[in-house]
Design a protein around this ligand. Structure first.
Ligand code: NAX
Length: 326
């Protein structure tokens, strides 16, 4: 048996946390041979910590062979101590009447603090995956605090958007989701994202050729994927949780599996027309566990360039809003 890795999860008593922890402990994220110690981090509020203790009791009751220990804490210095992965799920939700700029700033404070503490106390190889919204900008904020760890170690999740797009294409073409490949998300995890259908394939053939319905690909398809989160809230009365947890399992599993090709949001360094300092969804290939190379020079047509310009503008605006805090 391998020695255990330490995995921190913020927002562990939240709804994504509840759908996520059991899948990590069962081995779906890091594989059936890899024991894990879960560092479950919540806010220092009695209700949250009490809820967390209940989740920990349920984890105990699963008798997972791979679960080698649990830490329950509201102190980030304890929670992030020596962790190999930090999954930043917890964030402040947008309240009624709250401006987007205020949300950015409130979350900015959380991610500045967490970035600092991770840099100070986490393992030297720590990888960080951000889910809490606005995920791309929160990732940029956390990475801005790094002195010891590398900004490349921080990614934000656009995998839920990728998975949503794959299913919409599969349904339209009446094929299984496994027939769809090379569907990448460019830009922000927000309705401005671009689902790059022109690069995607169905059974190895270009999607525009197979589906043929260009208006749908440029219009309804983009909108359905971009606004799926709102559609789930309208239907369920709560935001996506199990599908978000599933996407994070996919995101991390692909990041630890060399050769996997998928989309994650990372520092753009100016690729694909993005501002160099924003964290944008781009296609990557995993090189060694936890490391990746961005797949460069995929062709962009005028429509793709225009969509990327819109999502880039949103990302640069978000960055400008929080920049004075960094
Ligand atoms: P919940 O409100 O159910 O849970 C969030 C939990 O985080 C709460 O228990 C809260 O106490 C905790 N928390 C807040 N600040 C914290 C901090 N500083 N340290 C530790 N814990 C903290 O929300 P949930 O539905 O689980 O969603 C979590 C986040 O994921 C939200 O920001 C949400 O917007 C975001 N999402 C991101 C998605 C993505 O694809 N990137 C999709 C799903 C989801 O909407």
């Amino acid at each position: 048996m391998k020695s255990p890795i330490r995995v921190a999860i913020t927002g562990a008593a939240g709804q994504i946390g509840y759908a996520l922890l059991f899948r990590i402990a069962s081995g779906q994220m890091f594989g059936p041979e890899q024991p894990v110690i879960l560092h479950m981090i919540e806010v220092p509020v009695e209700k949250a910590m009490q809820g967390l203790s209940g989740v920990a009791m349920e984890l105990d009751d699963c008798a997972f062979p791979l679960l080698a220990g649990m830490v329950q804490t509201s102190d980030p210095r304890v929670g992030f101590k020596d962790v190999n992965w930090a999954l930043l799920v917890g964030a402040k939700p947008r309240g009624p009447g709250m401006e987007r700029a205020d949300l950015l700033k409130d979350n900015g404070k959380i991610f500045i603090e967490q970035g600092k503490v991770i840099d100070a106390v986490a393992a030297h190889d720590c990888r960080v995956a951000v889910v809490g919204n606005p995920a791309n900008t929160n990732a940029m904020i956390a990475a801005s605090q790094f002195r010891r760890l590398k900004p490349e170690n921080v990614s934000a999740m656009v995998r839920l958007d990728q998975n949503r797009a794959v299913t919409q294409l599969a349904k339209k073409a009446n094929v299984a989701t496994a027939s769809v490949s090379d569907l990448f998300i460019f830009g922000n995890h927000s309705p401005t994202m671009f689902s790059a259908f022109h690069l995607a394939k169905i059974n190895g053939k270009p999607v525009p050729e197979v589906i043929g319905h260009h208006e749908w690909l440029r219009g309804e398809f983009q909108e359905t994927v971009g606004k799926r989160g709102a559609a789930i809230i309208a239907a369920r009365g709560a935001s996506s949780a199990a599908s978000a947890a599933n996407a994070l399992v996919d995101h991390v599993r692909d990041m630890v599996t060399p050769g996997r090709v998928h989309s994650i949001a990372v520092k753009s360094n100016g690729l694909y027309g993005f501002d160099p300092d924003v964290w944008a969804g781009v296609p990557v290939r995993t090189t060694t566990p936890g490391s990746y190379e961005v797949i460069k020079d995929l062709p962009l047509d005028d429509f793709a360039k225009q969509k990327i310009a819109v999502t880039n503008k949103e990302l640069t605006d978000e960055r400008a809003t929080v920049l004075p805090m960094l």
